[in-house]
Design a protein. Structure first.
Lengths: 325, 91
């Protein structure tokens, strides 16, 4: 029987661990993927972080290699945004050349292509677009989304909301333009003009942006967990972030507390340094309990070493999901 | 090349039609085309704003629209960057 965390996790095909950097998002993603794969589910754990750490945790270079099989049912993927953007730029250039029969892309246009790709938002929008492809393909039972730190995710969610509105307006303008076009055709007694390719593109873009924000906000399919550790600043920041996420309709499935120093140590002869840390954690654990209470889905102990490589991931998965095998 | 209208013999009716068009509808057509052109420029501004340094759409998606506006970019930039005076208000 799965424990509390396990029974929540198995209900949602899109699972995300979010939180400040370095608290164990990737570690939990890997352990959860491992556990689900052990349950016989086909799982993809993927990262959209340009400084992704899935390669490090699985001790295998998977960057930009598509989904790489780690073990039975378990696949990992790190999206290489740069290559993705370059290929995409190439497509745009080819399209321009084809459409107008140019030999080369005009200078001004080329400059624009370069400039657009240098913008920081380019990488993010390219990555989120790639995510849509991965998730829509639907070849896995579970998708575990190793999220970029909170700020980026929020930024994208807020963009998605604004863009939706924005594209609606652009589409409306485009439709009005079309009316004028038709009016001219009528006045000149010509037959109606051909379909507006831009309108088609706009509705495609709208669909993509909607899909990518839906992946983050679908109440039926998405479970978003915050990773916290028992430290004051992290608790405060995470609570702030949780409010923002809730405002953007991200379904928050709960919190997982990481790096809890085992209390059993207190019974042993341990240095004052460690004793102090345990006492400090006790204070913050009490605070977490009173603030988050029932929303805490699991407490995960600080392990004796960092989690890298399959045996450690397996060990953590057993602790997190208390399989008791 | 898009299909050019083939020159053909015009009948009397056709001539009448064209005269009437010139008298009544030509102005309206011109106005409609003009409005359509300003809208086109507005459209490019709100999608390709980055060309003037105004980022608006996510760049990944604005690139998708770029191929369609290539022919208009030069006139659009000229229009956006030229100095304005009162006469602009009257076109």
């Amino acid at each position: 029987m799965p424990n509390q965390l396990g029974s929540i996790v198995s209900k949602f095909p899109y699972i995300m661990f979010g939180g400040k950097g370095g608290l164990g998002k990737t570690t939990f993603s890997a352990a959860t993927a491992y556990w689900l794969a052990e349950q016989g589910k086909k799982v993809l754990v993927f990262s959209v972080d340009p400084q992704a750490s899935l390669s490090d945790i699985f001790q295998q270079d998977i960057f930009g290699k598509g989904p790489v099989k780690i073990k039975d049912n378990l696949f990992a993927q790190e999206i290489d945004a740069d290559t993705h953007i370059k290929a995409y730029q190439g497509e745009i250039r080819r399209k321009i050349l084809d459409m107008y029969g140019f030999d080369e892309v005009p200078d001004e246009i080329e400059q624009y292509i370069q400039a657009a790709s240098a913008e920081p938002a380019m990488e993010e929008s390219a990555i989120f677009d790639a995510v849509v492809d991965i998730v829509v393909a639907g070849s896995y039972d579970y998708y575990i989304y190793d999220l970029v730190p909170l700020g980026h995710a929020l930024y994208y969610l807020s963009m998605a909301k604004v863009y939706d509105e924005w594209i609606n307006r652009i589409t409306k303008l485009r439709e009005e333009m079309r009316e004028y076009e038709e009016m001219v055709s009528r006045l000149r007694s010509e037959k109606t003009t051909e379909e507006d390719a831009i309108l088609t593109e706009l509705s495609y873009i709208k669909g993509r942006i909607n899909q990518s924000s839906r992946i983050l906000t679908d109440k039926e399919k998405t479970a978003f967990f915050f990773v916290v550790v028992p430290e004051e600043m992290i608790i405060l920041d995470t609570q702030k972030a949780a409010k923002l996420f809730a405002a953007f309709d991200v379904p928050i499935a709960g919190y997982v507390v990481n790096r809890v120093v085992p209390r059993e140590l207190l019974a042993q002869d341990i240095p004052a340094y460690l004793r102090n840390r345990i006492e400090m954690q006790d204070r913050y654990l009490a605070q977490i309990k009173s603030n988050l209470g029932a929303q805490v889905q699991a407490y995960v102990p600080e392990l004796e070493r960092d989690v890298t490589g399959l045996p450690m991931i397996e060990k953590l998965a057993r602790i997190m999901y208390a399989d008791g095998q | 090349m898009p299909d050019q209208p083939q020159p053909q013999k015009k009948g009397f009716l056709q001539n009448v039609k064209e005269v009437l068009y010139g008298m009544g509808r030509h102005d309206m057509t011109r106005y409609a085309i003009r409005t359509r052109a300003s809208m086109e420029h507005l459209f490019i501004l709100i999608t390709m704003g980055d060309l003037l340094g105004i980022p608006i759409l996510p760049p990944y998606y604005s690139l998708r629209l770029l191929p369609y506006v290539v022919p208009q970019i030069a006139t659009w930039k000229r229009r956006m960057l030229r100095e304005k005076d009162v006469s602009d208000a009257m076109f």
